[in-house]
Every structure is written in structure tokens, then in C-alpha cells.
Design a binder for this molecule. Structure first.
Ligand SMILES: [Zn+2]
Length: 283
């Protein structure tokens, strides 16, 4: 499932192909993904110039000249493929249409963006640009972890007195938007905090220490995505899924990466999701 860094990588990959370019023809191949697609979607997109691409949490927001914004969520398995244009060092010819190509944007100048989603957990909608922030998908979200309004004061205030495990606190999209399972595990490992610790019982000093760590973990992953846009892994024109080495995520039974720690990484299941942690370094 794409997390914030993957979505940001997709946004950065689409930006040069779409921004300031007109959608010559939007092909919409089915009425719904996870939810119904907007009415007359093809007509509302076709002929529109793309003003720019933004990201909010795990949504890509594509602002159109006519005053609407296309909201895109990749879901569990959604893929964006670019063909007919240069992506990093590569130019990809248009592939043969595939079964799960649900939305295809043919851009003036010959580039094509194909949204393929076998499991159809992805979603798209159109909303007037000034009202996007209050769209039902975005209205309840907390601050962006890489934005200015995500501060240590905010995190301290929102976790104060909370009985939930810190893992659940960081996954709560109302507290901070866009953090997912992988990057929460990585954050808690670097902060030395056990994922099952009660959020409200962690000292203020340690809560504050997580804010720069969250930013660092995400920025490193975004940087890894950026280099994937330039290298061979993007040779198929597919955006967003890149190799990244995690410190703790997915390392159950392997030796902790902290110097001089010889403990084995453990895995527990919290709210149905795996948490990986070092029993020695994380308290
Ligand atoms: Zn350790």
C-alpha cells in the first residue's frame, strides 16, 4: 500500500508531464473504483489545462484551469504509468491496454497517464478548487507531517492523557495526516519508544523528539523515491514503488541495526497490523 513518500514520488513524477499541459482526452473505462467516479468525469477533464499538482496526506490534487480539482487516491494497489514522455532518463512507448486500466489521461503532446488498479481500492473525485480542503476525504485530516503546522506543541497536546498505544496515536490521521504503518514503525525505532507504550504516559521530552524524527524518516524515503525516478527501476514507466531499506520494518528475527545492540527485532500485531521493534532499544 503506497504511503506518503510513495504518493509524493508519484506526484513528482506526474508533475513535469501534466503541469501546464492540456488533457486532450480523458478516457474513463468504468463508473466506479472504491466509490462511484464523479458524474461526466470524461467531459469535465477533457480540454482542461492542468495548473499544478499538490499533495494532501495520501491524496494527489490536480488543479484544473476550469476551477475544479481532481482528487486521486491510489488505494491499495493503484499504479500510475506514464508513457509517450520522458520519465527521468527513460522514454516509454505506449503499452497495450490492460484489463485494469480504469482512467487514461491522454495529454496534448502525446504523453499518456494510465491509472491501473486491479483491486479497485483507489478513488477519484472532482470538486471546486476553493472547496477541496473541506472535501469529505480531507476535512478531518490533521496537519501535514512535513508542514509548518505540525509542531511538537501540537503532538504533545494531541497525545496528552490518551490511553491508546503510541503506535495507534501516530496512525491516527486526525493527529497527523498521512503517516502509515511502515513509517510509524521506523519513527518509533529511531525515537527508542516501544510501540505498545501508552501515548499519554510518554514524557513530553520524548514526544517532542518524535517530530523531527517523523520528518527525517519521511524525507529520507521521499529522497529514495526521487532517485528511483531517475534510475533503472522506473524503466517500465511505473511511478511510486521503490526499493527502500528500512531500519526495523519487515526485519523480524534479524539483528537490530543499532550499534552494539545484538537483540533480535520482534513483531507484534496491533489493531490488525504488524509492529516491528527492538525489545532492547525501544522502551
Ligand atoms: Zn536494538
Amino acid at each position: 500500500m503506497p504511503e506518503l513518500p510513495e504518493v509524493e514520488t508519484v506526484r513528482r513524477g506526474l508533475e513535469p508531464v501534466m503541469t501546464d499541459t492540456v488533457i486532450e482526452y480523458a478516457q474513463v473505462n468504468r463508473p466506479d473504483l472504491r466509490w462511484p467516479l464523479p458524474a461526466n468525469m470524461s467531459e469535465r477533464l477533457t480540454g482542461q489545462r492542468v495548473l499544478g499538482l499538490r499533495r494532501r496526506s495520501k491524496y494527489i490534487l490536480c488543479d484544473l484551469e476550469g476551477g475544479e480539482t481532481l482528487l486521486i487516491h491510489l488505494g491499495m494497489s493503484g499504479r500510475m504509468l506514464i508513457s509517450g514522455a520522458q520519465v527521468g532518463a527513460f522514454a516509454h512507448p505506449h503499452p497495450a491496454p490492460e484489463k485494469h486500466d480504469h482512467v487514461v489521461l491522454n495529454m496534448v503532446g502525446g504523453a499518456r497517464i494510465t491509472f491501473n488498479d486491479a483491486r479497485r481500492f483507489g478513488a477519484m473525485d472532482l470538486a471546486p478548487t476553493p472547496e477541496v480542503a473541506s472535501h469529505k476525504w480531507l476535512a478531518g485530516l490533521g496537519p501535514e507531517p512535513l508542514g509548518n503546522s505540525f509542531s511538537d506543541e501540537h503532538l504533545v497536546a494531541r497525545l496528552k492523557g490518551r490511553k491508546m498505544p503510541i503506535k495507534s496515536g501516530l496512525l491516527d490521521q486526525k493527529i497527523v495526516a498521512g503517516l502509515g504503518n511502515i513509517y510509524v514503525c521506523e519513527t518509533l525505532y529511531r525515537a527508542g519508544i516501544h510501540p505498545a507504550r501508552q501515548a499519554g504516559a510518554i514524557s513530553e521530552r520524548r514526544v517532542r523528539s518524535m517530530v523531527p524524527i517523523i520528518r527525517q524518516v519521511l524525507e529520507e524515503a521521499i529522497a529514495a523515491g526521487g532517485s528511483s525516478l531517475r534510475d533503472f527501476r522506473q524503466a517500465d514507466g511505473e511511478l511510486g514503488y521503490f526499493q527502500h531499506n528500512f531500519d526495523v520494518y519487515g526485519r523480524e528475527g534479524m539483528t537490530c541495526k543499532t550499534q552494539e545492540c545484538e537483540a533480535e527485532i520482534r513483531r507484534i500485531v496491533q489493531s490488525g497490523r504488524s509492529s516491528f521493534y527492538c525489545p532492547t532499544c525501544q522502551r
